[in-house]
Design a protein around this ligand. Sequence first.
Ligand code: HSE
Length: 419
Amino acid sequence: MKSNSGKRIGIFGFGCVGQGLHDVLQDNPHLHVAKICVRDKEKLRTLPKHSFTYDPQELLQDESIDLFAELISDPKEALQIVRQALEAGKTIVSANKKMISENLTELVALQQEFGGTLLYEAAVCGSIPILRTLEAYYGNEPLQEVSGILNGSSNYILTKLDAEGLSYDEALAQAQALGFAEADPTLDVGGYDALHKISLIAAHAFGAVVKPEQVLRSGIQHISKGDIHLAQALGARIRLVASARLNKNNNLELQVLPTLVFPDSELYYVEAEFNGVQLQARYAGDQFLKGRGAGSHPTGSAVWADVSAALAGYKYSYPKFRYNDEEQLKPVPLEEDDELKVYVRSTMPELLPQLPWKELTTFGYSAKSTQLVGTINRKDLLQHLPALKQTIAFVALLPAQVSGEQVVQASGAVLEEAA
Ligand code: HSE
């Protein structure tokens, strides 16, 4: 293993993750922080002014710097920085899941062309070493499914609603104050952040490059206390679950959906900002990894691990990537006829029965809102979800064995208790 002694790092960004990295690097006196590049000259900082630069080129063109850490939230600026570093054949680590997932093909090609290195463990599930596990351990073994809770903020909110009865706004404000949420929290609660993460997981686990529109996605913004109480009456908890799985035709299906999880699932016990990832491998069987998915120090720890690995010469090998376009594993949810069972609450009662349900139980009907449990083809749900979302709807996945009748009974129990 090469030594980190005397190595110099240039950091872009001094927000939650940048400060976390700076803190954890205090335990590594051999690695010297050259400078930190920030945008806002006026902002009060915890370090003296000479620690900072406001010009990215001062860092990018400094030949004495051995590697960079890109930790800013703006995906466009982040892409410019990472692109320039890779075009110069440099080593850079990043935590920007949106930027990386949306530009992965280009970023892999740049590394191949110019010989640089990009690592991004901190972009997926904070401190859980999921990408390294997929690369180093499952590089050859076929995987059936990778799924789990990939967004700490929404899990924090869901836990607080469920366990402490906080309002949605209170819980979101706490997630923001604790540094878990993105600068734009819509990314968290809308399921976009989990979508970016499951896309990166799909690249390493299945070799697939995924477009956002191929992912069935719904968030938790419109969850109500009634939805939480209904899940409780069924003995379940609501979690935002992302999954990438091979279906019976060996095609990849990706989704990010609020999901009712029961005590027989590991995900039931993943609370607050923790994340949990389940792996189903052909020979190893099932595995579960759990850890802090957001926050300054856990994410700083993941960046530090990448910095150390990069300095030791580690690169992702994308062992399952298929470079030939025709061979590329394509996610094809639109062609599949797999069925999903879902719970829906919507503010437009007249719209819901119009969807192509295979089975439907409607309840809680009122002029303002209706609820239902229905079975629907995933391709139909993917197609109708945008219209459904315009009605201010909350959609959650149910296990196939939960019947509409059970949900109606649970809803009755909730109403009785409230009366
Ligand atoms: N906003 C992200 C989350 C941060 O809540 O999970 C970690 O990626």
